[in-house]
Write a protein that binds this ligand. Structure first.
Ligand code: XMP
Length: 319
């Protein structure tokens, strides 16, 4: 007789047994996984938990405000909000290889996190929203000849000297189960239903070198795309929808002026677990509307294309 309510009670008891009177820090990404983990742990041990939210300057529009608003203001969970955008964007300057971007961001995350943990006087436990698919993917990566497709930074990687034990209350769950647990914990539907967002954020949606200006352009375009998806009532049907700012300029005309600006690719897929995915069949009418709005409202974009690749053979992200 397995229900989410029972699972929640059991998970809380397990956290209490593991942590005792210890101090826990939890990295919040704004995603469903770390949010659910944080609220669950907070229910279990209250203010023995402190959350750390690192803004690398590569978040979506409004994301930081939403995360801080939910955790600090709504849940009253102790939360440190670190604006590290200069550090991350500085380190990414001139880096165009996708794996190098991930490694750079992963390394800095750990550095910033380590520093913040130090400021908090240390902690005994590190909480992570690791899911079952993350566990299998990282095992198959380290466990033999199988290829590393993409290095995800959210599993492991902390310095030896930090010596924190991991608290990973979602390790046995798939995404849909995490969402059910989040509902059980009373997280707002707007958080539960959020599309997944990769740890490296917009850095892997800007092929080539990342700049603050490109990130700002992409953020604006992406917000319009998501706004139209919500207005059309399609958000919940889609696993993930996002924009990619291509390092390609094309010629256009605006009024009677020739333009030469970037191409923006729109991506949207349906999926059950992110392992395989189909591109979403928007109507031409919808795509046309989004393209018109983006080109009219976002400086720096003069052409919009739609990605019709499924996974496999494509991955969901472009990098
Ligand atoms: P791909 O592109 O591999 O993506 O088909 C599958 C799912 O994983 C997300 N993704 C990442 N998440 N760090 C993350 O935390 C990463 O480096 C990363 N790369 C891809 C992707 O957004 C999709 O949900």
């Amino acid at each position: 007789d397995w229900t989410m309510a029972a699972y929640k009670a059991e998970a809380i008891a397990r956290i209490q047994a593991q942590v005792g009177t210890g101090r826990v820090i939890c990295g919040l990404s704004g995603g469903v996984d770390s949010s659910v983990a944080a609220v669950l742990i907070h229910e279990a041990i209250g203010d023995q938990l402190t959350c750390v939210y690192v803004d690398h300057g590569l978040m979506r529009q409004g994301e930081s405000e939403q995360v801080v608003g939910l955790f600090r203001d709504h849940y009253n969970i102790p939360l440190v909000h670190v604006d590290a955008s200069d550090l991350f964007l500085g380190a990414l300057d001139g880096v165009s290889d996708p794996e190098q971007k991930r490694k750079t961001i992963g390394r800095l995350f750990i550095e910033v996190f380590d520093e913040e943990a130090g400021k908090l006087g240390g902690a005994d436990f590190l909480a992570q929203g690791t899911l079952y698919p993350d566990v299998i993917e990282s095992v198959s990566v380290s466990g033999g000849p199988s290829m590393t497709i993409k290095s995800h930074h959210n599993v492991g990687g902390l310095p030896e000297r930090m010596k924190m034990q991991l608290v990973e209350p979602l390790r046995e769950l798939f995404k849909d189960e995490v969402r059910a647990l989040g509902r059980e914990l009373g997280l707002p539907e707007s958080f539960i239903g959020r599309h997944p967002f990769p740890g490296p954020g917009l850095a892997i949606r800007i092929p080539g070198a990342v700049t603050r200006e490109k990130a700002d352009t992409l953020r604006k375009a992406d917000a319009i795309y998501l706004d139209e998806i919500r207005k059309a009532g399609l958000y919940d049907e889609i696993w993930q929808a996002f924009s990619v700012l291509l390092p390609v300029n094309t010629v256009g005309v605006m009024g009677d002026v020739r333009t030469y600006e970037a191409v923006l690719a729109l991506r949207a897929v349906t999926s059950v677990d992110g392992m395989t995915a189909d591109y979403y069949p928007f109507t031409h009418d919808f795509l046309g509307r989004v393209a018109t709005r983006i080109i009219n409202e976002v400086k720096g974009v003069s052409r919009v294309v739609y990605d019709v690749t499924s996974k496999p053979p494509g991955t969901i992200e472009w990098e």
